[in-house]
Ligand binder design. Structure first.
Ligand SMILES: Cc1ncc(COP(=O)(O)O)c(C=O)c1O
Length: 382
């Protein structure tokens, strides 16, 4: 009798289907309402979500925009930052952070990050400040906030703004204060895979600065002056949040905290089960309560480990295998080597993570990772 090999089920990197099943009713109603009202651009659903998102982030104003990149670009432009200015950006981020600076006409000044959290620190900012520095973008990467009080102290003393790139940190806090509420403005992406994701591209800016919110709203709507359909006060762009996306986001928002709790529980389970000699999760700072957009470990021989996991049905991601300053698009802004970011780029590996990831799936990932990272276990498993 021939023995049949039963393939192991794949553990996906991300699976949104269970989340969407949980909000199927509200999503259905929301889409029908938007279609019935034809409020596709602007209108009550956008206004409602802007209010809800500003409240959620503990800020006075929320402005819906087309995506997270635009959120950053519009904040920079709204603060008058552009040609001749430098903006300090951690090199360990998605390129959109640097892209926004370049799109605004300014120069991204890439800096290194903390070796434990892989986030921007006040020391790196202090070392990079110079008379051209106009702003600092604190990127709350992987779902963990950077140390905003320390960053604000250095930036305030130098008279430069701190902008929060909170695209991966919906609901994260630092000593209880929400991501997006501490700097001049917080910028969010609602790309479908984010902790709060739309059904397409979407983004928002939150701020306590009324004037900045008004300027961003105007610039994102072709530079229209408030209330004037045919009066274009500044050269703007088209960066508006769709009614359909706003309705989806409002339908999902009541579940966000529960989904973030589930992510925290999944990462705690990873922490319990992972062998730190083989794979170590990125450190969480004492004052941070992260929302774990990503579960990032550091491993030796990362590309081989990733390949072994893929063969065993474990999907993983890389955030980010190339530091910003090493991309062709941004090399001209590079200013020396950044050893921590460069080493991290070779070691980081993002494990499967989503609110409905099961304990069995986590056990499987940890067991496969242990085999892939420990030579003796690997030999035993063959
Ligand atoms: C840290 C960070 N900043 C900015 C962005 C840009 O957001 P979007 O893709 O919505 O333009 C992303 C999206 O992946 C991100 O992760």
């Amino acid at each position: 009798m021939s023995s049949q090999v039963i393939p192991l089920p794949t553990v996906p990197f991300l699976d949104l289907s269970a989340m969407h099943a949980q909000v199927a009713g509200p999503l259905d109603r929301a889409w029908h309402e938007v279609v019935a009202s034809s409020a596709f651009i602007g209108g009550p659903h956008v206004e409602r979500f802007e209010r809800e998102w500003a409240d959620y982030c503990d800020t006075a104003h929320g402005v819906g925009v087309a995506n997270g990149t635009d959120a950053l670009t519009l904040v920079l432009r709204g603060l008058g930052i552009g040609h001749g200015d430098e903006v300090i950006v951690p090199a360990n981020t998605f390129v959109a952070t640097a892209e926004a600076v370049a799109l605004a006409g300014a120069v991204p000044r890439f800096v290194d990050v903390d070796p434990a959290t892989l986030l921007l620190t006040a020391e790196h900012v202090a070392a990079a400040l110079n008379p051209r520095t106009a702003a600092v973008i604190a990127v709350h990467l992987y779902g963990q906030m950077a140390d905003m009080p320390a960053l604000l102290e250095v930036a305030d003393a130098a008279g430069v703004a701190v902008i929060e790139d909170a695209a991966q940190a919906h609901g994260a806090t630092w000593k209880g204060r929400r991501a997006g509420s501490l700097g001049r403005a917080g910028c969010f992406s609602f790309y479908p895979g984010k902790n709060l994701g739309a059904f397409g591209d979407a983004g928002a800016v939150v701020t306590n600065d009324r004037g900045l919110a008004d300027r961003i709203r105007s610039m994102g709507n072709h530079g229209r002056a408030a209330g004037a359909h045919h009066g274009h006060a500044v050269v703007g762009t088209n960066s508006r949040l769709d009614g359909l996306q706003a309705a989806v986001l409002s339908a999902k928002l009541p579940r966000l905290d529960a989904w973030n709790d589930a992510r925290r529980a999944a990462v705690a389970a990873y922490r319990d089960r992972l062998d730190p000699d083989g794979a170590e999760l990125v450190t969480v700072a004492r004052d941070a309560t992260p929302v774990h957009h990503l579960a990032v470990v550091r491993v030796r021989d990362r590309d081989r480990v990733r390949e072994v996991l893929a063969r065993r049905g474990i999907q993983t991601g890389l955030h980010y295998p190339v530091p910003c300053h090493d991309h062709d698009a941004f090399r001209r802004f590079a200013d020396g080597r950044l050893p921590v970011v460069e080493q991290a780029a070779a070691e980081v590996l993002s494990l499967p993570l989503f609110p409905d990831l099961t304990r069995d799936q986590i056990d499987r990932v940890c067991a496969e990772l242990a085999c892939a990272t420990t030579p003796e276990r690997r030999a035993h498993a063959v």
